[in-house]
Design a protein around this ligand. Structure first.
Ligand code: MLT
Length: 326
């Protein structure tokens, strides 16, 4: 791949001089935690389509599905060091890089998707992206989404937090999430995404939480009986690129990359919302028992977790997010 890039660039530079750099051809590898039919893939594929159209075929992508390039934390590190071009990930592991990102682990902060979009598309989303780039050398191109997360388990339906007693629950690699599920009454422990299906299958874990499109994409209905619509967290899925790679592109190509992401982001969000709506019934058909618990007791139980983490995450940021509630 490097050979192609270098030789194409050198050839063009020799033919047209320096200005020819704007005419580079380039294929970006993009890591996804989910498969080609997922809501993440809708966004990545739309980005690729727009990239190709806007660059008249010079810039293309090669998606790498189901964490083929590594687990999410490794992919962020890979982009940071210039070993991986691009990736879409959940924000769960990102609080390990920048404390502010633990905002998206705090429970019941965003109450509607529109409130989350308004927040992410405001100066707050820009400031979070700038901080990530300054501290990790990874650039956010667009705030795509994973969506609201819900519990699944194979022990019992959750009508109240008390129903979590004794349940071994997998969290993402986030201390806030461990504290949240401990406060709710579960036996919580963190685990990388790549290990979760097998852990549920083998009974090492009883329970996990993810958005409905994710639960469907990875076939959790094969290893989980109950879908409990706890809606405890809104989870973005930023589309990202190594900052050195982005900065190595010509200005014209940087604009194309950003424009392609700006077009693809609302398309991905809309598809994700549609899938969330359609797939609950589908999961029920596939055998899951769906429960819509009263969320009030869940929210009440986790208030101390918000209070405990607020200063670490950033009090102003947390208050700004809470203020989005309609
Ligand atoms: C996780 O639970 O680790 C993530 O939500 C997986 C993903 O990014 O789809």
């Amino acid at each position: 791949r490097k050979f192609t890039f270098a030789t194409t660039a050198a050839l063009m530079a020799s033919v047209w001089g320096g200005a020819a750099l704007a005419q580079e051809t380039r294929e970006f590898e993009v890591s996804l935690p989910l498969g080609p039919e997922s809501h993440q893939a809708v966004g990545v594929l739309k980005f690729g389509e727009e990239l190709e159209r806007l660059s008249e075929g010079r810039l293309t992508i090669r998606p790498q599905y189901d964490n083929a390039l590594g687990a999410e934390r490794e992919v962020v590190e890979g982009m940071s060091f210039g070993l991986i071009d691009m990736g879409i990930t959940s924000t769960g592991p990102m609080g390990g890089f920048v404390n502010d990102f633990m905002l998206f682990d705090l429970p019941y902060i965003f109450t509607t998707a529109d409130a989350a979009y308004a927040f992410l598309d405001s100066e707050h989303g820009t400031a979070l992206a700038d901080k990530l780039e300054a501290e990790t050398n990874v650039k956010i191109l667009g705030w795509m989404e994973n969506g609201f997360r819900h519990n699944t388990n194979n022990v019992r339906a959750l009508n109240t937090p008390e129903d979590l007693a004794g349940i071994r629950h997998r969290t993402q690699e986030s201390r806030v999430q461990v504290d949240t599920w401990t406060a709710l009454g579960a036996n919580a422990s963190p685990m990388a995404w790549t290990e979760v299906f097998t852990a549920l299958q083998q009974g090492v874990m009883d329970s996990q939480e993810n958005p409905v499109p994710t639960i469907y994409d990875v076939k959790f209905y094969e290893v989980q009986e109950y879908l409990n619509l706890t809606q405890h967290v809104y989870s973005p899925a930023p589309l990202m690129m190594g900052a050195d790679l982005f900065n190595s592109l010509s200005e014209a190509d940087q604009t194309i990359v950003l424009e392609a992401a700006a077009i693809a982001t609302p398309v991905q969000r809309e598809a994700s919302q549609q899938m969330e709506q359609d797939l609950v019934a589908e999961l029920e058909t596939l055998g899951m028992t769906v429960t819509r618990p009263d969320l009030a007791p869940f929210k009440e139980r986790v208030q101390p977790v918000i209070a405990q983490w607020k200063d670490t995450v950033g009090a102003e940021l947390v208050d700004a997010a809470l203020a989005t509630a309609p």
